[in-house]
Each structure stands twice: as C-alpha cells, then as structure tokens.
Design a protein around this ligand. Structure first.
Ligand SMILES: [Zn+2]
Length: 185
C-alpha cells in the first residue's frame, strides 16, 4: 500500500485545519427524523413518528400515524372518546406509525433498529417482532403499566428484541432550531 502523502506546509496553513464538532450522534439524528415524521401526523391528540434503519445507519422506511391510505378523511372522526361506538372513534380508522412504516418498507427489516417517539402498542409490537426488528429505541413511554404496554414488553422480551429509552436535550433542540433558521436566511 502507498504511504499517505504528508502535508509539506501544514504549519503554514494550520488555520484551515478546523476541528469539526460532532453535532449529533446517530441516536439523536434518527430520533429527530422520527420526531419530524410525527410532525406530519394529523392526529390532534397523539402524533407518533418512527424511522427504521439498518446496520449501516441507512434509513429503510419511516411512518407516522394517520388514517387508512386513500380514504376520504373528511368523512371520518378524529376524536378518541370511547363513550362513542368504535366506528365513531379514530381508533376504527387509524394506522399506527410503525405499521405504516412496515407496510411501506421496500426491503427487509430483519435486524433493523426502530426509532419511535412513543413506545409501541401491542399490535405494533407484534408487527415489529414478526418483521425481525432487533432493537426499539423510544422517547416516551407514557402508557407504561397498561395492559397493551405490558404485552408489548412481553413480546419484545420473548423475541429477544432490546428496548432503550433516550432523551433529546434542550441544547440539541435549540441548536436545531438555530440551524433551521440559518438555512433560510
Ligand atoms: Zn401501535
């Protein structure tokens, strides 16, 4: 193998050897993507987004919660009050973020990591496990302790899927906000 050529005048031009700062790690980057996907959801109560990535940190698919594709949304209820029958609740018509992402994946999710803003419900846990996802990284676990939440955790444990909660620091969100504003100046 050839030797790497040395810089003959490195000292002279040292001012251009700027040390780049790492702004985001991969966890933060993909969780921000999941958060962006959730931003697209029309659900007035709970907006969830997710991104699936492979071992090379390439995105495979993403999704957010929304009504069945192609349906006339204006005809359907977004409310979640369960005193009404199921056909008068959003739950009759909504497809969860993880399910949408899995439905639209163009390649295998075997061994993928799933970044999701909310810990998956048991229906999505079944899909994630059956898709052979290896890890679920989440922001919120606000349904902790509910029956659905417990089923999800049982499924993940029995399938050997690891789960990990991460937080997004205010600094990252502020830096991102500054960055976005700078882009449009
Ligand atoms: Zn779900």
């Amino acid at each position: 193998m050839n030797q790497t050529p040395e810089f003959a005048n490195k000292n002279k031009y040292d001012f251009n050897f700027i040390k780049p700062e790492s702004v985001l790690n991969w966890d933060e980057y993909f969780m921000l993507q999941a958060m962006m996907a959730s931003f697209k959801s029309k659900d007035p109560a709970t907006k969830v987004g997710c991104v699936f990535v492979d071992d090379n940190n390439h995105q495979i698919t993403f999704g957010y919660n929304g009504f069945v594709a192609g349906i006339d949304e204006s005809e359907l209820p977004w409310g979640k009050d369960k005193t009404a029958p199921l056909e008068y609740q959003k739950y009759g018509y909504v497809v969860h973020a993880e399910a949408n992402a899995i439905l639209h994946a163009q390649r295998s999710l075997n061994g993928a990591r799933c970044y999701v803003t909310l810990f998956p419900c048991h229906e999505c846990a079944k899909l994630l496990a059956s898709s052979k996802v290896k890890e679920v990284i989440y922001l919120s676990d606000k349904h902790f302790g509910t029956e659905s939440n417990n089923i999800s955790k049982r499924i993940f444990n029995l399938c050997g899927i690891s789960t990990r909660q991460i937080t997004m620091s205010d600094t990252i969100l502020e830096n991102l906000s500054d960055h976005l504003k700078n882009l449009i100046i």
